[in-house]
Ligand binder design. Structure first.
Ligand SMILES: Cc1cc2nc3c(=O)[nH]c(=O)nc-3n(C[C@H](O)[C@H](O)[C@H](O)COP(=O)(O)OP(=O)(O)OC[C@H]3O[C@@H](n4cnc5c(N)ncnc54)[C@H](O)[C@@H]3O)c2cc1C
Length: 424
């Protein structure tokens, strides 16, 4: 089957749906190819039976930097309730099995201010280096590893020793952090799905011949070949780095080098049914963690009863997450329960059910959570700013230079921008 359309979009995540809608608004015909059986990509609200059907965002769960995040306005226009989370969480941190005192939490807050000051100064002064190197002078501060866990292994899904301090600085997520009633994935499916038009599910792009005669791009799938005048590829850098799509001719050296500079980090989640808020005397929305001595130490950061839902979500990232991804979901689920018991005390063991675990690191459609820039590689995010041969563009969370890299807001803006460049 050969079909001719104005534009073909590869991937029906946030970037792909935004690109497809932009093509259609410009009066172009567009088909979107999606490898999996659903739209939304890494924005996916699930309702697993193990969590009693309560909404669980396996991927994105907040609208970060909401003042600059186009999805916040789209949600409001659709009448979807948003609630501010910044400053609303009760923080509980354990040190050697006991709750940190007010004075210790105060020291934690001061350590964080110093961290920000030192890392920002180093990012501004250059040359680029790793986040770990940038804050090396703070070694000895008992809170340093804990702050690195938050700023690097959780927010960027990256090991601080392999993460560009300039990329960290550019993509700091200041401002409102909004929770979405019903979940971020549900918002994306409801608001971005319809304007995107035709999406062919379970139809992976296998091969893209992007210099065909007549200015055409040919995209081969198991269901046939699509011919288009323009193509936007929105798959994760992990998929591109693994050769998940073959390009003919191969991508130019500059673009391949950019991919090397933007590997996928991993953030994993384990959602544990937790129906007993009262028993522990902790408020819904409490954040619970234990102070670590090394950012590579496997330790989970929990968000308890988020938005009043009857579960706790444990997060961990980077090296520890990759290690558990290899070990499998049963090992991760067991670790999540062990961590909760460690954080809440031995009598907590019977209070939690089986954990529901995410698998972004091993799913071939993603191969990670989101891309981070290695030290010296921040410029790689701009490597796809010009369409190849005037017809092949790349979009997605990795290719953002506007300070929203790694987020649904950044993915949306990059998808719209790619389509605009190709429409001319
Ligand atoms: C655990 C986790 C937590 C996160 N938390 C947040 C958060 O709170 N806030 C936030 O803003 N962001 C968060 N993110 C990041 C956010 O989800 C992503 O930045 C964003 O969803 C990426 O969108 P995208 O369109 O660039 O890529 P994707 O969503 O990956 O879309 C690409 C699509 O391409 C498809 N695809 C892959 N290969 C092929 C192929 N060969 N052919 C056709 N289709 C293919 C994929 O199935 C996918 O649907 C989180 C991500 C994860 C994993």
């Amino acid at each position: 089957m050969t079909v001719d359309v104005d534009a073909v979009v590869i991937g029906a995540g946030v970037a792909g749906l935004a690109a497809a809608a932009a093509f259609r608004r410009a009066g172009r015909t567009c088909v979107t190819l999606e490898a999996t059986g659903r739209i939304g990509g890494r924005a996916f609200t699930d309702h697993p039976a193990t969590l009693g059907g309560s909404p669980f965002d396996r991927g994105a769960s907040w609208l970060h930097a909401a003042e600059r995040n186009p999805l916040a306005d789209l949600a409001r226009a659709a009448g979807i309730a948003l609630s501010e989370t910044r400053g609303t969480w009760t923080r509980r941190v354990l040190i050697d099995g006991r709750a940190a005192t007010e004075a210790e939490l105060e020291a934690y807050a001061r350590a964080w201010e110093r961290f920000d000051e030192v890392a920002r100064a180093r990012a501004a002064a250059g040359p680029d280096t790793s986040l770990a190197d940038a804050v090396a002078d703070l070694a000895g501060d008992p809170w340093l590893a804990q702050i690195e866990v938050w700023e690097s292994t959780l927010i960027a899904a990256a090991d601080p020793a392999d993460f560009s301090v300039q990329d960290w600085h550019l993509n700091e997520l200041a401002g409102s952090n909004l929770a979405v009633a019903g979940g971020v994935g549900a918002l994306v499916a409801r608001v971005l799905g319809p304007p995107a038009g035709t999406v062919r599910l379970a139809t992976p792009a296998q091969h893209i011949a992007w210099q065909r005669p007549g200015g055409m791009v040919e995209v081969t799938t198991p269901a046939g070949t699509l011919r288009a005048r323009a193509c936007v590829v929105t798959v994760a850098t992990g998929v591109l780095r693994a050769g998940g799509i073959r390009f003919d001719p191969p991508l130019p050296e500059a673009q391949r080098a950019a991919l090397d500079g933007l590997p996928m980090g991993l953030l994993s989640k384990a959602a544990v049914p937790a129906l007993t808020a009262e028993r522990f005397g902790l408020a819904p929305g409490t954040s619970l963690s234990r102070r670590v001595a090394d950012p590579a130490e496997p330790a989970m950061f929990f968000h308890l009863w988020p938005q009043g839902r009857p579960h706790a979500v444990g997060f961990f990232g980077a090296r520890a997450a990759w290690r558990f991804a290899e070990a499998g979901t049963a090992a991760t689920a067991a670790f999540a329960r062990e961590e909760l018991v460690r954080l809440l005390g031995g009598d907590a063991a019977d209070a939690f059910g089986e954990a529901e675990v995410t698998t972004w690191g091993t799913d071939p459609a993603f191969l990670g959570a989101y891309a981070y820039a290695r030290p010296g590689c921040m410029a790689a995010r701009a490597a796809m700013d010009t369409p190849l041969a005037g017809r092949l563009a790349f979009a997605g969370e990795a290719w953002c230079t506007d300070g929203l890299a790694g987020t649904v807001g950044g993915a949306f803006l990059s998808g719209e921008r790619a389509a605009r460049m190709l429409v001319g």
